[in-house]
Structures are given as C-alpha cells and as structure tokens.
Design a protein around this ligand. Structure first.
Ligand code: ACO
Length: 482
C-alpha cells in the first residue's frame, strides 16, 4: 500500500496507509481523516489519548497565504491545555482521585498535609518523610513583620480575599530568589513557604477586619489547629482547638486541595508559563478563585440561603431560577454532570461540626432546596447537582466565619494544588508560554482623524458611581475621601 506522508505543523510526520493498524479504507486507526471541503484536500490527523493536536490543523489552508485553520474554543470547554498526573476526574460518574487515590479514602484515612505531599511529590510520605514535611511546614508559618504592616494598611472592611491576593503576591518581594525556578531547592522552598504561610495570611486578614491583634503561629499545634488558634485565640495563654473541629477542617481542606484544570489552576499555569516566580503565579490563582463563579460561590450560597429565608419560599425561588432571574448558587459544574463527590463528603461532615457549634438553621433550607431542585426537570435535564460549595459555607458559618472569609477558606488548601500544578508545569518539556489565539472581528485600516474633527461615538456609563455623574464641586467620592 502506498504510503502517504504529511508534515504536521510542528514538523512531525503524519503517516497514512501503513500496513498495520489500518482501517479497510487504508487509514491509520488512531487518526482522524479530514476533508477540507474548501479545497477538497484530505488530511490525516493523529489521535493520541483521545485528543488531536490543534496545531495539526494549521496545515489546512485554502492557499499559500492562508494562516491555516485554528481551533475556536472560548472558555476551553473542549481543550486540554496540558498533560497532568495529579488529579483524575470522571465528571459523568462523579469520581475524583488525587494521584490515583479515591478522594473518599483520603478523607477517611489521611491528613491535609499528607495529601499536600501526595499532590506535590506524587506519593504519600512514609513516617520519616511525613515528620520532616510537618516540621518544614510548621517552621515556615511565620511571615516577615513588614507583611503585618502591609496588612495594617488595608481599610478596616477590606475583603480578606483582596488582602490575601495582595499579600501572597507581596511574598515574591520577600523571597526574590524564588525567581530561580530552575533551582530545585528554590522551587521546593516556595511550595513549603506558601503552604505554611497561607493560613497565617488568611488569619491576619480576618483579625484585621475585626480590629483584633494578629496572633502568631503556635508550633505546638497541628496545621488546622494552628489556624484555629491564629483565628480565634483571645486572652488565653494557650489556645486549645477542639479536635472535632480540627478534623472537620482537615477533611474540608483535603477536599479542596486540587481539582485539575479549573479556572484558578489554569490561571496559575498560564501566568507561571511566563516563568514568573511561583508566588506571583499563585497570586493569579487567588485572584481567579475570588470570582463568584468559582471559589466565591460558597459565599454566594449563604447570601442566597439568607434571601430565601424559609423553606416556604423555596418554590418561588426555584421558579425565579428557571425564569433566569436567579442562579442556584452551589449547583452545576463544568465537569461534574453527576453529584460532586466532594459535596457528598462535606454533607456527611456537616452534622459533626454542628455537634460542636450548634446547628446552623440554614441547613434545613439547603437540604430542602437540594431535594426540590433534584426532583425538578429543569435541573435534571441540565444535569445540575450540588457542587463543593453548596454545603461548605454552612460549616464555615457555624465556625462563626463571616461570609467574606469563605473563599479564603478555599484558597488555603487549594494552595497545595496550585503548587503541585505549577511544579508539574515547570518540569514539563512541552511547556511554552501560554498564548491563545483569537478570531479578530474588529475594524481594519481605518482613517485616522485629528481630535478636533472627531464626533462622539461612544457614550460613557452614567450609573451611580460613574466619574461622569460626579459633581467636581462636591469634593471627593466617599471611597476616595476615606
Ligand atoms: N443555576 C441555574 N441554572 C444553571 C446553573 C445554576 N447554578 N448552572 C448552570 N445552569 C444552566 C445554564 O443556564 C445552562 O442552561 P441553558 O442550556 O438552558 O442555557 C445550563 O445549565 C448549562 O450551564 P452552563 O452555564 O453552560 O455551564 P458551565 O459549565 O458553563 O458553568 C458553572 C458551570 C459556572 C459552575 C455554573 O454551573 C454556575 O454558574 N453555577 C453556579 C455557581 C457555582 O456554584 N460555582 C461553583 C462551581 S464549583 C467551583 O468552582 C469550586
């Protein structure tokens, strides 16, 4: 059989019609035959691991001057942007595994720090390694005193996620050697420092909002216990965390540690691909997590439950969702088209926490809301199920956390996932600077007009707070004046 060869866009050769592994039509089985109807040309594109390379389409042109075919995928809904060995999700089946270990098993048997080691180094640590890992993390929880001053500079009501975002980014200026991302020790130390300091930064932000003195880390306590101490310690000489709350927090943190290529992780990889230092890359992850469609959803769930007020109002609320006046926050997921396994595990731990803290009355609304939504065709047809954020906020509220802190509680454990994914990216030979393409749909070759000849073609916004509606004679706006 005649062998037909084509150059792929990166210079590789795609072979067609080899004797073995061919279809009756003479095409290789792990390939895609494409006919470009614009030209009648036929191409064969390799399929590896259920994917085709977008660059293999670049060779498909209408003529020599044509740039070549591109894939158009806003929001990366069907584009794998990396290979990864870290987290496996089967969204249809509701399966989540870290490095091959089912999430349920890790929640039952492991601790967050063990899981952080697993995510970053690929294996659960043995006892000696675990002791060393805990020692390292415990001895890097302090932050430079200037970070404290930095936090003090925020307004009293600054959103703690905004403070966290800024302080994580600021860490890069305290550890300038972290820019040496080719140095294994620097990479390791950046990971250790971020996992160790994130709870400290989070607790400082919380105490700042309350006007309370910042509490320094206590090395006698475990990772979640130390966090609770930095959050809640008052006049007692030693804070003694309730072991049930410590364990519940640890489980929540295991559940939030990684979730493959979600918005914030993709942000960390994308920003990190420019070879910036890892603190700056993780700050990008914190920024992405802040958004209400991502980590900010847990905060929105509680606001939603508050608005619903009583179970009697649920039917009206769900009608509002179906009419698209509302969104059922904490429901739906880009990947899970089944019950999010994390939501299932959290739901089981809700009662344990309430045993210590007392029941959060909003639980009844949440349970009823879930039940009614799952029984409703609108949600069933769209495969909308509770996600990780649906129940986590109820636990955070029971821990007396203000809603502003909920996403911070997500950022603390996700740090190990961001670090693991960043490390994997730096070691991947296929990594290049992330640089998507666009389909340009704007004007071309316009005639430039001097300012005096131009007509006004764009109307500025006129809503409350817009610069155009401010009377200069009235002095500074409230936010500028404070
Ligand atoms: N409430 C009501 N309808 C919803 C919801 C929801 N929470 N989520 C999705 N839908 C509907 C959409 O309107 C759409 O319906 P249509 O096809 O009739 O237009 C359909 O379900 C598919 O939804 P998409 O928006 O296409 O799904 P996508 O994968 O883009 O979005 C997302 C996923 C952002 C999570 C979405 O489900 C959502 O906004 N959920 C609420 C916010 C939330 O809980 N976010 C946390 C996610 S978990 C995490 O980030 C940690």
């Amino acid at each position: 059989m005649a062998e037909q060869e084509q150059q792929d866009a990166s210079g590789g050769v795609l072979t067609r019609g080899d004797a073995e592994g061919v279809t009756p039509q003479g095409t290789a089985k792990d390939s895609l035959s494409v006919t470009d109807n614009r030209t009648g040309e036929q191409y064969e594109v390799e399929i590896t691991d259920g994917t085709v390379k977008a660059m293999d389409f670049r060779q498909m042109k209408v003529d020599e001057d044509d740039f070549g075919l591109m894939a158009y995928d806003p929001a990366f809904t069907n584009t794998a942007h990396c290979r990864s060995d870290i987290t496996y999700i089967d969204g249809e089946a509701g399966v989540l595994e870290y490095r091959g270990y089912p999430i349920g098993r890790l929640c039952e048997e492991s601790t967050y720090l063990e899981v952080a080691h697993l995510l970053i180094y690929g294996e659960l640590p043995n006892q000696d390694q675990l002791n060393e890992w805990i020692f390292e993390i415990t001895h890097h929880t302090f932050v430079h005193e200037n970070i404290k001053k930095f936090v003090e500079g925020f307004r009293y009501d600054a959103h703690p996620m905004g403070m966290l975002l800024a302080t994580v980014g600021a860490l890069s200026t305290f550890y300038p050697d972290a820019i040496n991302i080719d140095d294994e020790t620097e990479r390791h130390m950046a990971g250790v420092r971020m996992i160790a300091k994130m709870p400290t930064l989070a607790a400082f932000a919380y105490r700042h909002n309350l006007g309370l003195p910042y509490i320094y880390p206590d090395n006698d306590l475990g990772y979640p216990g130390n966090f609770l101490s930095m959050m809640y310690k008052m006049t007692e000489t030693k804070y003694e965390p309730d072991p049930r709350l410590e364990r519940a927090l640890d489980v929540l943190w295991i559940l939030h540690a990684d979730h493959e290529q979600n918005c914030s992780t993709a942000a960390v990889r994308s920003v990190g691909s420019s070879q910036v230092d890892p603190y700056s890359a993780v700050a990008a992850g914190v920024a992405a997590l802040y958004g209400p469609l991502h980590g900010g959803a847990n905060e929105q769930v509680l606001r939603m439950l508050e608005r619903i007020e009583t179970t009697d109002n649920i039917p009206d609320f769900l009608e509002g969702v179906k009419n698209r006046d509302e969104k059922l926050m904490g429901f739906g997921h880009r990947v899970y088209k089944n019950y999010d396994p994390r939501a299932e595990i959290i739901k089981k731990h809700v009662d344990e926490v309430f045993e210590v803290t007392g029941k959060n009355p909003k639980l009844d609304i949440a349970v009823e809301l879930e039940k009614r939504a799952l029984d409703d065709d609108y949600f069933a047809e769209r495969k909308l199920y509770p996600n990780v954020d649906f129940y986590s906020g109820l636990i955070y509220e029971a821990l007396q956390l203000p809603k502003d802190m909920f996403t911070v509680m997500f950022a603390i454990p996700r740090t190990s996932g961001w670090v693991a994914q960043w490390l994997e990216m730096t070691q991947d030979e296929e990594t290049k600077i992330a640089r998507p393409r666009q389909v340009y749909s704007g004007a071309r070759q316009r005639d430039y007009q001097p300012v005096a000849d131009r007509e006004q073609k764009v109307d500025p916004p006129t809503g409350v707070g817009a610069t155009t509606v401010i009377d200069p004679a009235a002095g500074p706006t409230p936010s500028e004046g404070r």
